[in-house]
Design a protein around this ligand. Structure first.
Ligand code: DGJ
Length: 737
């Protein structure tokens, strides 16, 4: 299994071109061998001791002299390590370990113990930014190996870490726990920033000081695994980090299925972070000579607060992980909230004209276009029957795509490929393709069930559905891939070993996505899960963007987008202007501009001024979007800390920035009473600040001719003049020569 498809290939390809250092244990003379994994500012230092234990001796600021890492262990007088492996780089269980393990196995002979000792390591310089470290560990008693991989991104200070577990025993070994990574941090105190949520309430942050024992962040939902608990988190060391101060680690598992992160504060006051696929109901049988590759755990460590950590992660994501991270995105008009299931060809023809009138790139046809025996007229029927509904669309998708082309706009379509309604022909024809327990009552989430994506026939069906649509309609420009149900009654009629179910489901899903991308590398796709129920960096290798939430109330959305922005760059965030909330059309549009702009409103009902505003706003957006998508993001004023939210995006050469400012408190006389300190500008450059995206007929209170130095704007600040009359203010900052 390979979750990071590129990794293995890079290793093989570049090892001949760049330095590839293989260091077998016997060649190493010294008692202790250090393996420093360094990036621009950071060092993660592994150490092999005389007994060949591999441990983490340091994770912090890079030292000037590598030899001095050796002095680190003696600095700590934290008491006795009764196990000798408290700081193991990958903690085994059943031998000396007494705390939470990264790996637990049952050997072919039924024995439950595991010990892992260093065998060798390699360092491969993949290119001038990326290096790959691998360390082979082996049980001295059993023929059982684990190779730890660390992929280091030098400029971004980002690490990806995963494990390859290999059974060379004579019989099958059962993996009871099989983490991707096992970090070990040292600090006075640890502050966990985690997230919880539900539908329309995504990314609710919660910060607490970790106490001794284990705190687990996990999901057992199978699909839509971020619904109640996203897998991303932050750990601040010694005190909660702020935007620009403090040491903070961001962690994220690159996996869309069940995840589990254990944070164990041990008796010595060190923090062990063990993250990987959730082993819940997933003991994995590894046959002789079989290899199990875990997904990658992604992390970055910042010593200058959360803002820096975010920018590094954003940079990494755009450079290496996102599909078309540097590419274009399409603005769109979606019909979900304007029609729901109630549309036909005539209505859609009018919407296509509206798409053109508005000036966006594309029309996105949402749910309700398919199924005939059980038409999809509400959310009770039709999922799985991906044929155009003959009553609504007698001439099929093809005629709509053509009509869109005639109007000079593109056409995109919604699908929920992993799902089935019990009221569907698919369910009638293939009940064995559906996840349900034989003999138990079915239990539904949004009146639907999940298809058994572990089954190759189902994979073929899903691939065939998408491929069929794209083959028949080569001009189809976009796919919104939805996923609204979680998995109840987990059971596959196809699999022999039910404990493999959750893992095989994800392998199946990635296989399908891989095949789709092999044939259609460029078609943009939105990752949607009834909102942000599925957002992670494994899925984002295949998707150009995600849908953060069905909650598009702009006030709520400021908070939701703010939290996502810690981990994901704005280019990934699909934001639509809808009729949710009480704010003005301008306010709603401004908020939606902080990412990838779309609309889901009834254009024909807009007043002349509203329509004029939207058209102008799209033009403004098209002019400023390079800064939003590719610029460095600075969160200037936290809506949770005061009445103003303020976010800035600045281009690479610091010649131009855009700042979004909002009033988030409607109490009497609230507003931007104090200046907002700008960030990310060049102190010696001179700038003007102009308000953009004004509603027709309004005059800005900002003097667009006044010139300020970057130094002034970053030390004294700027007042965007936000108040009840001006609750949403967009400013463009431009260098003057
Ligand atoms: C949930 C999505 O989040 C919505 O945007 C919409 O596509 C509906 N599903 C359609 O059923």
């Amino acid at each position: 299994m390979k979750f990071k498809i590129s990794t293995g290939a890079c290793f093989i390809f570049f090892s001949g071109l760049y330095s590839n250092l293989l260091l077998p244990a016997m060649e190493l003379q010294a008692q202790n061998i250090n393996i420093p994994i360094v990036s621009q500012h950071n060092a993660l230092v592994l150490q092999v001791d005389g007994n060949k234990n591999l441990s983490t001796i340091y994770f912090g600021k890079k030292l000037l002299d590598q030899a001095e890492y050796n002095n680190i262990p003696e600095l700590y007088k934290q008491g006795t390590d009764y196990t000798g492996i408290l700081n193991a780089a990958y903690t085994p269980s059943g031998s000396r370990n007494l705390l939470e393990p990264a790996i637990t196995v049952t050997h072919a002979d039924g024995n439950n113990s595991l010990d892992l000792r260093y065998v060798s390591h390699t360092i491969t310089q993949v290119n001038d930014d990326v290096s790959l470290f691998s360390v082979v560990l082996k049980d001295p008693v059993y023929n059982f190996l684990v190779t730890l991989y660390y992929k280091s991104y030098f400029r971004e200070d980002v690490l990806e870490q995963w494990s390859v577990i290999e059974n060379k025993e004579k019989g099958a070994v059962i993996l009871q726990k099989f983490a991707s990574a096992n970090l070990y941090l040292k600090a006075g105190s640890y502050w966990l920033n985690q997230y919880h949520g539900d539908w329309a309430k995504e990314m609710q942050p919660e910060e607490s000081r970790l106490t001794h024992g284990i705190k687990t962040l996990d999901s057992k939902l199978g699909t839509r695994t971020n619904l109640f608990q996203p897998s991303v988190f932050m750990i601040s060391l010694d005190k909660p980090a702020s935007e620009d101060e403090g040491t903070v680690l961001y962690g994220a598992l690159e996996y869309s299925g069940n995840f589990r992160t254990d944070l164990e504060l041990d008796y010595q006051n060190n923090l062990k972070i063990i993250s990987g696929i959730n082993n819940y109901s997933s003991a994995y049988t590894l046959k002789p000579n079989e290899v199990f590759t875990t997904p990658a755990f992604l992390y970055t460590l910042s010593f200058t607060g959360k803002g820096n950590a975010s920018r590094k992660l954003h940079q990494w994501a755009r450079n290496y992980q996102l599909l078309a991270g540097k590419g274009n995105r399409l603005t769109l008009l979606n019909n979900w909230e304007s029609t729901y299931f109630d549309f036909n060809e005539n209505k859609l023809a009018a919407l296509l004209k509206d798409t053109k009138k508005l000036g966006v790139d594309m029309f996105l046809l949402d749910d309700g276009w398919f199924a005939n025996k059980y038409p999809r007229n509400d959310d009770h029927a039709g999922l799985g029957d991906w044929q155009e509904n003959k009553q609504k669309l007698p001439n099929g998708i093809a005629s709509l795509v053509k009509e869109a082309n005639n109007n000079g706009v593109k056409f995109g379509i919604w699908l929920e490929p992993e799902m089935v309604n019990p009221k569907s022909e698919l369910y009638e024809k293939h009940p064995d393709w559906v996840i349900k327990q034989p003999g138990r009552e079915e239990y539904y989430f949004r009146n639907q069930l999940v298809l058994d994506v572990s089954n190759p026939q189902v994979q073929e069906f899903i691939y065939g559905t998408i491929d069929g649509l794209l083959t028949k309609n080569p001009d189809l420009a976009y796919i919104k891939w939805d996923c609204n149900a979680v998995i109840y009654n987990a059971y596959s009629a196809h699999l022999k070993n039910q404990s493999h179910f959750y893992i095989e489901y994800m392998r199946g899903l990635y296989k399908v996505l891989e095949s789709i991308r092999a044939k259609y590398p460029k078609v943009p796709m939105m990752l949607c899960s009834g909102g942000g129920g599925r957002v992670d960096y494994a899925a984002l290798q295949y998707f150009t963007e995600f849908w953060p939430s069905d909650n598009t109330d702009p006030l709520e959305r400021i908070f939701i987008q703010w939290e996502y922005s810690y981990f994901y760059p704005a280019i990934t965030s699909s934001n639509h202007v809808t009729d949710w909330g009480k704010q003005s059309l301008k306010f709603r549009t401004d908020v939606a501009m902080m990412g990838k702009l779309g609309f889901d409103i009834v254009v024909s009902r807009l007043s002349d001024h509203d329509l004029q505003f939207c058209k102008e706003a799209i033009k403004t957006y098209n002019a400023i979007k390079p800064k939003i998508w590719q610029g460095d993001q600075y969160r200037l004023s936290d809506p949770r800390a005061g009445s103003i939210a303020s976010v800035l995006y600045v281009n690479e050469d610091q010649s131009s920035a855009v700042i979004f400012n909002y009033l988030v408190n409607n109490r009497y006389n609230e507003g931007s009473k104090m200046p907002v300190l700008l960030k990310g500008l060049d102190p010696v450059k001179k700038y003007t600040i102009k308000e953009v995206n004004l509603y027709p007929g309004t005059v800005s209170t900002i003097d667009a001719l006044k010139v300020y130095s970057g130094d002034f704007l970053m030390k004294a600040g700027f007042n965007p003049d936000v108040n009840a009359e001006r609750p949403s203010v967009v400013l463009e900052v431009n260098e003057v020569h």
